[in-house]
Design a protein around this ligand. Structure first.
Ligand code: SAM
Ligand code: ZN
Length: 271
């Protein structure tokens, strides 16, 4: 890993408390805001910017933090389960190929894997593209800790993992060459805010691509909405609503690269 100061400067890591200071290394175990003196815990390349998170977890988020789910998340039992094709209209490998092709990553790119979970996307990027830097951000600390161990095992690529909220990104404007978000827009309370934040942190000409559940006029979508209504924490938005959010966030040429039964791949380039 590059010197952390270099890395923090590159993404201009913003203090979530005062939104003024750019975080600096205080020690091996902490980062510090020079403006408000807030300190945040750090364990190697994992920085916890939500150390006092105490908002109640939605049902899906409970699942995303469960020690039963985290270890199997990347496997054929969950994210890469072939049965999901019925709903998604494509395999995970096809989804990932669509997203990574759309991002058109150049050597040396800085890429944000938003709601990275266990790093299923970030690791692929680190393995297959000569990017210089992958940043994974997620609300689930257990997911990030697992991602950290898996990156160690599989890749020596530079990496920063942030415990944070996709709707309030701790990075400076235009610091990312590309942003991707796999399987999570429908879990955010306010996806327009998260897409707006992606639009803020990606540089002009940089791309954003996301895979997510979307609402359609179909019995399958109606069924999913019923289940989502029962468990809570999953929000359906239509194709047009997502395209409007992209437009509002400053993304041009926004379009759907895949329109499955209830799963889409959304894409746009920052103007
Ligand atoms: C279904 S997983 C997707 C993981 C991975 N990106 C993928 O493509 O498989 C959804 C992830 O979104 C994260 N998440 C949910 N709400 C979030 C938020 N507001 N900010 C950041 N991450 C969030 C969860 O913790 C979980 O790791
Ligand atoms: Zn501060």
């Amino acid at each position: 890993m590059k010197e952390s100061e270099d890395v923090f400067r590159r993404v201009r890591l913003i203090c979530p408390r005062c939104r003024q200071g750019n975080l600096e290394t205080a020690s091996e175990r902490a980062v510090l805001c020079p403006v408000c003196d807030a300190r945040y815990p750090r364990e190697g390349r994992l920085v916890d910017l939500l150390p006092e998170r105490n908002s109640p977890l939605s049902a899906p988020q409970h699942v995303m933090e469960s020690s039963l789910v985290v270890p199997i998340y990347d496997s054929l039992l969950w994210r890469r389960n072939p049965l999901l094709q019925m709903f998604m209209g494509l395999t995970f490998d096809e989804e990932a190929a669509t997203i990574l092709h759309a991002l058109r990553l150049k050597p040396g790119a800085t890429v944000l894997d938003l709601a990275c979970g266990t790093g299923i996307y970030g690791r692929r990027i680190a393995e297959r593209f000569p990017v210089s830097f992958v940043i994974g951000l997620d609300l689930s600390l257990p997911m990030l800790e697992f991602a950290d161990r898996r990156f160690d095992a599989q890749s020596s690529q530079d990496l920063l993992l942030i415990h944070g909220d996709a709707q309030d990104l701790p990075f400076g404007d235009g610091t990312m060459d590309a942003v991707l978000c796999g399987g999570a827009l429908h879990l955010f309370p306010d996806p327009a805010k998260a897409i707006g934040e992606a639009g803020r942190v990606v540089r002009p000409g940089g791309a954003f691509a996301a895979a997510a559940y979307y609402r359609r006029q179909s019995w399958l979508s109606l069924f999913v909405e019923q289940i989502a209504g029962l468990i809570g924490g999953i929000r359906g938005h239509s194709r047009d609503e997502y395209l409007q959010m992209m437009h509002d966030a400053g993304f041009e040429q926004a379009d759907l690269l895949h329109e499955g039964p209830v799963w889409m791949v959304l894409y746009g380039v920052k103007g």
